[in-house]
Write a protein that binds this ligand. Sequence first.
Ligand code: S6P
Ligand code: ZN
Length: 194
Amino acid sequence: MEKVKNVKSIAVKFNLDDGISPDVKSKKRVLSEMEGIYYNNEELKKMLSKGNPIVYEFYDLDIPESEGNIKFGTTILYPGKVGNEFFMTKGHFHEILDTAEIYYCIRGHGYMLMENTEGNVEVQEMTAGISVYVPPGFAHRSINVSEKEPLISFFAYRADAGHDYKTIEMKGFRKLVLEKGGKPDIIDNPKWIK
Ligand code: S6P
Ligand code: ZN
């Protein structure tokens, strides 16, 4: 078996209150980068005419993307909605499809929406202390259903897994999480493309 060489140990701080690391620069995704991701793109455009808020930020540490390594960090998904659809991450499959991921929710209230290419859908509610196992083969998207708090989670996955964003950008997820009467409502996505 080949050994993973020349990787030093690292220690990184992630704050428990805001999920931010004071030591590392996060990647930020602003609303304009989410064009076509939300159900109501017209509403997104209206929002963009007033500003371009950060929807989420996450860490992509400089860990070699090879089989024996594990990438980890936090995702901070801010509260908000596009129309009645809660703020969410783009969502992706891993390029090496049969690779899993672990999320541990530090703060907030949300969902992990998952689906595989066979059409199986999994939804897990996330609150502080809950860890979610995203099984191999499942696309995954975090959704923040809180009106005021960020959804903060820690994640870890095989470092060489890679990210396929295109499939979700083209097809969408089979389910949407919308706000209905002050509560999250999980419905079939009428725009989902087979
Ligand atoms: C990577 C892992 C997370 C996400 C992050 C942002 O495999 O799932 O680090 O990258 O939560 O979501 P997305 O869908 O924009 O990559
Ligand atoms: Zn992932």
